[in-house]
Design a protein around this ligand. Structure first.
Ligand code: HEC
Length: 161
């Protein structure tokens, strides 16, 4: 019985250490690191979009839910603080990694930070408007908020439309 438990425990320890091991960047090839960086930044943007979707729905006629609108905008404001970090890794050396990020990003980190900050400020301004429960004021603030996405995409992302 004791022996069985010991075997199980050491198997569990091996699984945990192998999971931790593969997450250490120094154990990856440069291409694997680049692929992981692209995967990570896409995940951030997908989660940002997930939070924006209900707000965009409200702008298009879905019932206005001020609480959800404020909450999701505040989430986006926090997530947007990660954008400069996520767009700091130059992944252009590997042609078979799928990305819509333009190479001009790597030489324009200051502007990336400015555009990320604009999103943070506009998301918070929208959240403040939504917190008042005023639909008109919220939609007024939504234009700048939603516009901050396109403002960066137009410059730094392959045109996918
Ligand atoms: C400061 C620049 C910047 C801002 C601001 C920004 N994005 Fe992006 N976004 C990018 C870049 C660059 C990519 C391309 C990432 C890639 O393909 O590697 C991207 C990709 C995406 C993607 C595609 C992810 C995938 O799976 O390929 C979505 C969705 C997205 N952004 C949504 C948004 C939304 C919604 C906002 C605003 C709330 C926003 N982004 C604001 C730069 C930005």
């Amino acid at each position: 019985m004791m022996k069985k438990i010991t075997v199980l425990l050491s198997a569990a320890a091996m699984i945990v250490s192998s999971i931790m091991f593969t997450s250490y960047a120094q154990d990856m090839t440069p291409e694997q690191q680049a692929a992981a960086a692209v995967d990570q930044r896409k995940s951030l943007f997908k989660t940002i979009r997930y939070n924006l979707a209900p707000i965009a729905g409200m702008a298009q006629g879905a019932p206005f839910d001020a609480e959800v609108a404020e909450r999701n905008a505040r989430r986006i404001a926090v997530m947007a603080t990660m954008i400069p970090e996520m767009l700091a890794v130059d992944t252009s050396a590997f042609d078979n990694i799928e990305t819509t990020a333009l190479d001009s990003i790597w030489d324009n980190q200051g502007d990336i930070a400015t555009k990320a900050q604009a999103l943070i400020d506009n998301a918070n301004a929208f959240a403040d408007a939504a917190a008042t429960g005023d639909f008109g004021a919220s939609m007024g603030a939504f234009r700048a908020f939603g516009g901050s996405c396109g403002n960066c995409h137009d410059t730094y992302r392959v045109d996918t439309d």
